[in-house]
Design a protein around this ligand. Structure first.
Ligand SMILES: Cc1cc2nc3c(=O)[nH]c(=O)nc-3n(C[C@H](O)[C@H](O)[C@H](O)COP(=O)(O)O)c2cc1C
Length: 190
């Protein structure tokens, strides 16, 4: 059982990072192996619509950057947690690049993400977190993946780095999500 956790914040110390690391720790405690990848501030080109993925069908994008490396890890993982800060009510540019390119790779390769678990984690100062979670969930929904639930919509409040630690309900939501992911993974892999 392996979970890939993607940190879409460009900041070296950040709220998304804190949520992702907390989620990974909780998953590890329940016997799930984890890998964290930082996509925020990585080399992340947007989808060019070249449709070479449809021709090649090799579970890779022809743009050989960090997004492609992340897609390759997603192919191997049983669960993927995508974390993003809220940027003007949406995901960061790096996460959008990942959504578009991973979304295509999954679909043109016989839905190779079918039955993998997918969940969002969102850091937000004040407003716009729900559309961020929705944008990430749409990647999962169009790729036959399974979205586990939690006790809210998987966001925590904070402006300055690590301020989400002062949002106990947000942190509890992260723990509850990790619990659901681990429970579901055990059922699927039984
Ligand atoms: C370019 C940019 C746009 C932002 N847009 C929003 C927004 O629409 N709503 C909001 O509540 N916070 C917004 N914020 C604040 C961040 O979402 C918030 O600080 C978050 O905790 C950052 O996550 P991080 O620490 O993981 O990078 C924005 C921040 C930046 C830099």
């Amino acid at each position: 059982m392996k979970a890939l956790l993607i940190n879409g914040s460009p900041r070296p110390v950040s709220n998304t990072k804190m949520m992702i690391e907390r989620c990974a720790k909780k998953l590890e405690e329940q016997g799930v192996a984890t890998e964290i990848v930082k996509l925020g501030n990585a080399k992340a080109h947007g989808c060019t619509g070249c449709m070479m993925c449809l021709k090649n069908k090799d579970k890779e994008c022809v743009i050989k950057d960090d997004v492609n490396e992340c897609i390759k890890k997603m192919v191997e993982a049983d669960a993927v947690i995508v974390g993003s800060p809220t940027y003007f009510g949406n995901v960061t540019a790096e996460i959008k690049a990942f959504i578009d390119r991973a979304g295509m790779i999954g679909r043109v390769n016989g839905f190779c993400f079918d039955k993998k678990i997918g969940a969002p984690l969102v850091a937000v100062r004040r407003g716009g977190a729900v559309p961020v979670a929705d944008a990430i969930n749409r990647l999962f929904q169009i790729n036959k993946m399974i979205i586990p639930c939690s006790t809210y919509w998987n966001f925590a409040f904070g402006l300055k780095p690590e301020e989400v630690a002062n949002d106990p309900e947000g942190m509890e939501n992260v723990d509850d999500l990790a619990d659901s992911v681990a429970w579901l993974l055990k059922k699927i892999k039984a």
